[in-house]
Design a binder for this molecule. Structure first.
Ligand code: GLN
Ligand code: ZN
Length: 767
């Protein structure tokens, strides 16, 4: 029996990679530093896994920005617009790579970034490969080979991890008409063959090929592509151990296809889809090994050893020990690094901590599970088993988790809880009378730059070198500056800037009961951006008002409208680590009631416009279409519960980030927010078509500029986008705003961009 890790977090346990990249981008350190920090992290990860006894240690799971982008660079799938960057002197490859990820505005060049989207149903974002009609591939970067060699120099023979050829193509987007990306397989396979040939020559014996699309609905053509791809690879490499990795769901109707692909090992996710084991045991061909994904890569709870042992025994009884591996359910990319770094009991109590495991602990769990299911070694680990059983027991019975009042409130939810008094058409008239806003009203999505300075105040408050009053004073001044500045440039609906918030979910989690936190539980979200998801361990309720103080203060500074700014229940759920002892829908409803109370309090305080952000609604969609409606029903209902406690005159906004809305537009409409702001600029307003086709009745603010890049747009570009928008959406329905919050941007670029944006709105009004 072997143990394998599908991938390890690569940001570094102290977020070293984030710091190195950001300082390189800011020009304060050189590219050599970035490369060195990357090298150190790789070495630490490999040695840690080796010391913990992992049999199959991954390489090429590291990335300076994103693993999909790594593949695009490796395969030479580099959009032409970057040619000019490629020929810049010096460290061209790294700069080219970052240019593809982030855009490039230097040396007289101005090139936009590649698109970014969610990685399956996670909160990780990848850079979408761009494919063109005459797309060819060649081995442009040798990253996977270099990293294998690097580990080998350290005396560790790793298992290189590649995104499988079919999934790589399916992750991409056709940028022009007239071809089907899946037909590019024949051009792509030779590059895989070249890569594997070189890896094999260097001594690689196992190759992990990630094919997560096998847990999604596939067309016949895509299924055929799987066969073609793997038959060819098998033919060229009869002796390599090819590991086909699936995760995030059940194989279902693709189970036979996956079982029959000519590989040596099939990896399956038994955390998300334990039910598939039975069928796999029966259908897996004789010569193949089954890798059991038992240790949850997506959550922070300790593995339930008794449960896992039962599953392993079931598998080994049927297949024999030789044909069973124990593995993480997916890459540990989605887990924080190390629970041992959580030393502050005031943040994470010992009682809750004992229920948890981060990446390093998960790796150790693999080895322990292997020992526990091996007759000779089982006694060595019996203390660990006893401890684990004790921890599981304590979690099931802890009074920390269950709250009677919350359970009652949920039971008392009635029909009217998710209904506004009147339909939108009526509300709209009442709101127009009450608010009297201009056409093409301008606003922003909520946050203004969280400068190093602002963040340093929070750090100082935590350390005690600032007291609460001093901290509040600084936040108040920053808020006032932002308010004055928004008034000055003539924005219509202002925001307070969210300076007091570390993060849009954590800020609420910290004030809600049932949540706890880590100090260092960072998980990569995109590029150098990391999030530290709150941990929902128990019943959720709101002990007191959460946003009133700062919203009231900001409103008191101005006669313009100040938007109340809240995070919605689905997003709070989606961006937290969630308890696994009750359905997600139940946890979401509890959060919805808490947010509803806050919305009502804001209204009572005189706030007329309240935004409930739900950027995560789409990413919560199950991977399989058949399960969508059930999810959408409870998610939409949760949003409506949170939004429906107010008068018709109070305008409810919601905001969502880059998403394709085509297939869920009816549910977005069912949320019935008075105004929705969405990210559309990178798609050149293409994403708006879903709303247009649906004849979406409520108001919409399609983002007019990309906030993920420091590039400053000019007024004319934004006017062009707004004109495009006005072609498909009646102009009375349109708002003008950036794609998303501005917390990651600097003030300089933010100011310039928003001044241009306000001018763009004026131009539209005068048209
Ligand atoms: N109000 C939030 C902000 O501006 C919204 C962020 C988001 O949607 N991701 O930061
Ligand atoms: Zn957003």
């Amino acid at each position: 029996m072997q143990t394998q890790v599908l991938g390890y977090p690569r940001i570094g346990s102290q977020r070293e990679l984030k710091k190195a990249c950001e300082s390189y981008w800011a020009g304060t350190s050189g590219y050599k530093n970035v490369l060195q920090v990357g090298k150190n992290i790789r070495q630490q990860n490999w040695e840690l896994q080796k010391n913990l006894g992992v049999d199959l240690i991954p390489s090429n799971d590291f990335s300076y920005y994103d693993q999909v982008l790594d593949h695009s660079l490796m395969f030479g799938a580099i959009p032409q617009r970057y040619n000019a960057v490629a020929i810049q002197p010096d460290h061209a490859e790294l700069d080219l790579y970052f240019a593809m990820a982030r855009g490039y505005q230097r040396n007289g060049l101005d090139i936009i970034a590649m698109e970014m989207t969610k990685w399956f149903d996670t909160n990780y974002h990848y850079i979408v490969p761009e494919f063109y009609k005459n797309q060819t591939f060649n081995l442009f970067s040798t990253k996977v080979i270099d990293e294998f060699y690097e580990a080998k120099q350290l005396g560790i023979i790793t298992k290189p991890v590649l995104i499988g050829p079919v999934s790589y193509l399916l992750l991409g987007k056709e940028k022009e008409a007239g071809f089907d990306k899946i037909d590019l397989l024949k051009n792509l396979l030779p590059v895989y063959i070249e890569l594997l040939t070189r890896l094999k020559a260097l001594g690689a014996t196992h190759i992990q090929l990630d094919e997560p699309f096998l847990v999604l609905d596939l067309s016949e053509k895509e299924k055929q592509a799987y066969q073609t791809a793997y038959q060819q690879l098998r033919k060229v490499f009869p002796e390599l151990n090819l590991i086909l990795a699936t995760y995030f769901g059940a194989l279902e109707d693709n189970l036979e296809l996956a079982c029959d692909l000519p590989v040596n090992t099939l990896h399956v996710d038994l955390v998300r889809a334990p039910q598939q084991l039975e069928e796999l045991i029966h259908k897996l061909p004789q010569e193949k090994t089954l890798s059991l994904g038992l240790v949850d890569g997506r959550n922070i709870w300790k593995n339930d050893f008794e449960n896992s042992i039962a599953i392993i025994n079931q598998a080994t009884a049927a297949l024999g020990k030789e044909r069973v591996w124990i593995a993480t359910s997916c890459s540990l990319l989605h887990s924080p690094c190390d629970l041992d770094n959580e030393k502050n009991e005031a943040v994470l109590t010992a009682e809750i901590k004992q229920w948890m495991a981060f990446a390093k602990q998960k790796v150790a769990e693999l080895t322990t599970l292997k020992q526990l299911t091996n007759n000779e070694e089982a006694t060595l680990a019996k203390d660990k088993l006893a401890q684990n059983v004790k921890a599981q027991q304590s979690r099931k019975t802890s009074p920390l988790i269950h709250n009677e009042k919350v359970k009652n409130d949920v039971a008392n939810i009635t029909e009217s809880h998710d209904q506004r008094s009147n339909a939108f058409a009526k509300r709209r008239i009442l709101q127009q009378e009450a608010l009297n806003l201009p056409s093409f009203a301008t606003t922003t999505i909520g946050s203004f730059p969280q400068t190093t300075e602002v963040r340093s105040w929070r750090a100082k408050l935590k350390k005690g070198s600032l007291n609460q009053a001093q901290y509040d004073q600084l936040i108040a001044i920053e808020t006032e500056k932002a308010v004055r500045w928004q008034e000055e440039i003539g924005l219509d609906v202002l925001v307070h800037g969210e300076f007091e918030r570390n993060d849009m979910v954590e800020y609420f989690g910290e004030q809600l009961s049932g949540f706890t936190f880590s100090q260092n539980g960072w998980v990569q979200s995109y590029g150098s951006r990391c999030v530290k998801p709150p941990i929902i361990y128990g019943d959720v309720y709101r002990p007191e008002a959460m946003t009133l103080k700062w919203t009231n203060y900001a409103q008191s500074l101005t006669s313009k409208y100040m938007k109340g700014m809240l995070t919605g229940p689905v997003t709070i759920l989606q961006w937290s680590f969630v308890r696994n002892d009750q359905p997600r829908a139940a946890t979401c409803t509890q959060i919805a009631l808490a947010i509803r109370d806050e919305v009502v309090d804001l209204e009572q305080a005189g706030i007329k416009i309240i935004q409930i952000d739900e950027p995560a609604i789409r990413e919560g969609l199950p991977l399989r279409k058949a399960e969508w409606q059930n999810y959408l029903d409870w998610a939409v209902k949760a949003f409506r519960i949170s939004a429906s406690g107010v008068q018709d005159e109070t305008q409810i906004h919601t905001h969502m980030c880059y998403s394709e809305f085509n297939d869920i537009i009816d549910s977005i409409a069912a949320m019935d927010a008075d105004v929705i702001t969405i990210e559309t600029s990178r798609s050149q307003m293409e994403l708006l078509n879903a709303f247009a086709d649906f004849k979406y009745p409520n108001e919409i603010g399609p983002g007019v500029y990309d906030i993920h890049s420091p590039r400053v747009p000019n007024k004319d570009e934004m006017v062009e986008l707004l004109k495009k928008a006005a072609l498909v959406i009646p102009k009375e329905q349109l708002w003008v705003n950036p794609d998303c919050g501005l917390k990651t941007r600097g003030w300089d670029e933010t100011k310039k961009a928003l001044i241009e944006m306000v001018e763009a709105a004026k131009t539209m009004r005068n048209n």
